[in-house]
Write a new protein. Structure first.
Length: 376
């Protein structure tokens, strides 16, 4: 077997994969540096500090937008090595470019040991934990101080070297292509990349999500009846809630800009899918009740809500987000009246991706806003 460490930046070897070097102290370790398309060999039988020093010329505080190798490119590089045993970044790393590169490496290799990495919202279940000895931690810290000091003050959040990004215990989980894809999509939930897999948030299998969606559909039914007219659902993704509402007899106008999600919505009976975003709906959207369920996470201009052709807004959102963004906006305006605030789902801790990771589900609260004298 040929040990291969595929990293986005050269300093990542010292930060997250130093235990691989000590574990393969007698073997040549091949390092594939993603941002520079470099292949560096760290010879076996060489002191740890000397092996790390071979990576020093490749430390570059820039290259933060350099193109990333495709899975095919990585596969070509791996084919040059006999029986590669691969380590790489987690596809669930909160640092988006590392996650994307890690996912590409897993796609290319078929399987890889992924460093748990940096993610404040999701914990991978590690299959292996390597506690570093004092001398090994000293080599890690020494490399950063001697060769990557500029990153201790980086203005790029993903490159900034903080204490928690210099772990004394390195943890790894082995991932295959399918779970790697799902973890990547789940972590990329605020970008279009979430649509790269079906049901990225596991709405169909998560007990928490099923209960939250059922509660949200029942809440909608208390405020808008199927015979009242169309229900405009803004940002429904692939339609887990839309299906429930259509099954209740609603005519659902599903406004979804993401083409992959929209294609899935178009297969749902009773749902009319359009590519409109909130801005387009504020200009010429259909009339009816407007439902904004778990979608005000993207820094939208809330004043657009004033221009929606409706007198009933149903907003559901995690409590902390509702309190930090929507509620201050509500207090500062006079056009809308608060008709109801309620809890739809309490926070929960839940496993995802067949138990490979777990995370805190943030819960959901409903906010009903009315204007124009509509019933409350």
């Amino acid at each position: 077997m040929t040990p291969v460490v595929a990293v986005l930046h050269s300093e990542d070897v010292a930060l997250d994969f130093l235990s691989v070097l000590t574990r393969h102290a007698a073997d040549d370790v091949h390092v594939l540096i993603g941002t520079q398309a470099e292949h560096v060999v760290l010879p076996g039988g060489t002191p740890l500090a000397e092996r790390l020093a071979l990576l020093a010329p490749y430390v570059d505080p820039g290259r933060n937008t350099a193109p990333l190798p495709t899975p095919d490119t990585v596969a070509d590089r791996l084919r040059e090595l006999p029986e590669p045993q691969v380590w790489t970044h987690s596809p669930a790393d909160h640092r988006a470019r590392r996650a994307r590169y890690g996912r590409s490496v897993v796609q290319a290799a078929g399987t890889a040991a992924c460093a748990v990495g940096d993610n404040p919202h999701l914990q991978l279940v590690a299959e292996r934990a390597e506690a570093l000895a004092g001398a090994e931690v000293a080599a890690k810290v020494g490399f950063v101080v001697a060769h990557a000091g500029a990153l201790l003050n980086s203005r790029v959040p993903d490159r900034l070297v903080t204490t928690e990004r210099v772990p004394a215990v390195e943890r790894f989980a082995r991932l295959e292509r399918e779970p790697a894809d799902r973890l990547y999509a789940l972590t990329a939930s605020l970008s279009d990349d979430a649509a790269q897999v079906t049901d990225p948030w596991e709405f169909e299998t998560s007990a928490y999500e099923v209960a939250r969606l059922d509660a949200t559909a029942a809440w909608v039914a208390r405020w808008w009846f199927p015979g009242d007219g169309p229900l405009v659902e803004v940002g429904p993704c692939e339609g887990a809630l839309s299906r429930r509402l259509a099954d209740k007899g609603y005519t659902v106008h599903a406004a979804e800009p993401n083409p992959a999600f929209r294609a899935r919505l178009e297969t749902v009976p009773g749902v009319l899918a359009t590519p409109d975003g909130l801005e387009e709906l504020a200009k010429a959207g259909p009339s009816g009740a407007y439902l904004l369920s778990e979608m005000l996470y993207y820094g939208q201009d809330l004043d657009l809500l004033h221009r929606l052709p409706t007198d009933l807004l149903l907003i559901s959102l995690a409590a902390e987000r509702l309190n930090d963004t929507v509620w201050p906006w509500v207090r500062e305006q006079s056009e809308w009246t608060v008709a109801e605030r309620c809890e739809l789902a309490a926070p929960a801790l839940e496993f995802v991706c067949d138990g490979r990771a777990y995370l805190r589900k943030r819960g959901s609260r409903g906010l009903v806003l009315t204007r124009g004298g509509r019933r409350a």
